[in-house]
Design a binder for this molecule. Structure first.
Ligand SMILES: NC(=O)c1ccc[n+]([C@@H]2O[C@H](COP(=O)([O-])OP(=O)(O)OC[C@H]3O[C@@H](n4cnc5c(N)ncnc54)[C@H](O)[C@@H]3O)[C@@H](O)[C@H]2O)c1
Length: 340
């Protein structure tokens, strides 16, 4: 049974993973997370309700704090790492490039080096399909990444670091997740699917910037599910997978139309501007050939799930907590300091 360190375990994907993880097959889970989005209490009550207090330890620290992290590796004999923590999304990572480099690149590099030092057998890294940037072709894992943002560049640097030490682990799994939408213990309204929902429901109008841009989408519940399955599989060597499904490839206009159809009095407004130039379709054959049809949601029932989950949500979707950019700005000092 494994002792697993999860960075960012209180986040959007992390909390979805915790809810779906089979605790019978793990020995200890150590979550390292600054709790920037205030999900710790909810996760703690889930832990209590399921009587797994003896298995889960939450450390509210910066994973850039290598000294404390080193102690954690030693104390808990960590043999598997799931690295989800960091600054997430283009706006949050563009806010302060020095901070993005410190957290997403430098601290990730140090975490990988510590994992090597402590002979971790398996390392799972959450990367993103955003590494494909603007790409005319259907992007497979063989397509050359063309990141166009600090965020995507920083995620690709994490992948490159892992390739540089590939012989030091039994297994390295790099997961290039599609763009997420949906609801976990943590709610985000800075993701395009969730933002379209908020605009449709509370402003009766969804703005698209052209709407022709293609993106792959995956429900956050499926992202957590994938991690919970993969941590229990033996996949030797270093492997990169695009995570999503063919029918998750959608134009933004199609996504807006799907969400609009849930609301009688909503319009779609094309503002014509190109605020976010990312445009790519993704091939998921490698993932499906290896794992089969494990995802529960296509875009249709996934959007339905999002709408059901948010049906009773009170209208405070502009709160700082639901925005990675605003939360990063508010926590700049904490993130910049190692010793917390
Ligand atoms: N959400 C998406 O659409 C998406 C898509 C593709 C890939 N990913 C990747 O998946 C991973 C998880 O994404 P998410 O959507 O769950 O993000 P998230 O922002 O919800 O979670 C990140 C977590 O990390 C914590 N954190 C941030 N910096 C930290 C630090 N220095 N020390 C300790 N904790 C810190 C935060 O408190 C938060 O709980 C990220 O690596 C992201 O790049 C996300």
């Amino acid at each position: 049974m494994n002792n697993i360190l999860i960075t960012g375990g209180l986040g959007y994907i992390g909390s979805s993973l915790i809810k779906q993880l089979n605790f019978k097959i793990v020995n200890k889970i150590v979550i390292v997370d600054l709790d920037l989005f205030h999900t710790k209490e909810q996760i703690n009550s889930f832990i209590k309700k399921n009587n797994i207090e003896s298995k889960v330890i939450i450390k509210k620290i910066n994973f850039a704090n290598i000294i404390v992290l080193d102690e954690i590796f030693k104390l808990y004999k960590i043999d598997m790492v799931i690295h989800l923590g960091g600054l997430v999304g283009d706006p949050a990572c563009a806010f302060n490039i020095e901070l993005t480099k410190k957290i997403n690149t430098d601290a990730t590099n140090k975490l990988v080096d510590l994992s090597v030092k402590h002979r971790v057998a398996k390392f799972i890294y959450a990367s993103t399909c955003s590494v494909y940037g603007i790409n005319e072709q259907l992007c497979s894992e063989h397509t050359e990444p063309k990141p166009i943002s600090e965020y995507a560049r920083s995620k690709l640097e994490g992948e490159i670091k892992l390739h540089s030490v590939k012989d030091k682990f039994d297994e390295i799994i790099i997961l290039r997740f599609s763009t997420l939408y949906g609801v976990s213990q943590r709610i985000r309204f800075d993701l395009v699917g969730n933002l379209f929902y908020a605009k449709a429901k509370w402003e009766k109008s969804i703005s698209v910037f052209g709407g022709w841009q293609w993106r792959p989408f995956i429900n956050v519940k499926d992202a957590g599910l994938v991690l919970s399955i993969l941590l229990n599989m033996n996949i030797p060597g270093i492997n990169t997978y695009n995570v999503g499904l063919d029918t998750g490839n959608s134009t933004l206009e199609n996504l807006a139309t799907l969400i609009k159809s849930r609301f009688k009095d909503c319009e779609i407004v094309d503002t014509g501007a190109k605020e976010d130039a990312r445009n790519y379709k993704v091939n998921f054959d490698k993932f499906h050939n290896k794992f089969g049809n494990i995802l529960k949601f296509d875009l249709n029932n996934g959007v339905e799930d999002l709408c059901n989950d948010l049906d009773n949500f009170e209208n405070n979707w502009k709160s700082t907590l639901y925005s990675n950019l605003l939360t990063t700005k508010n926590n700049f000092k904490i993130l910049m300091t190692d010793d917390n």
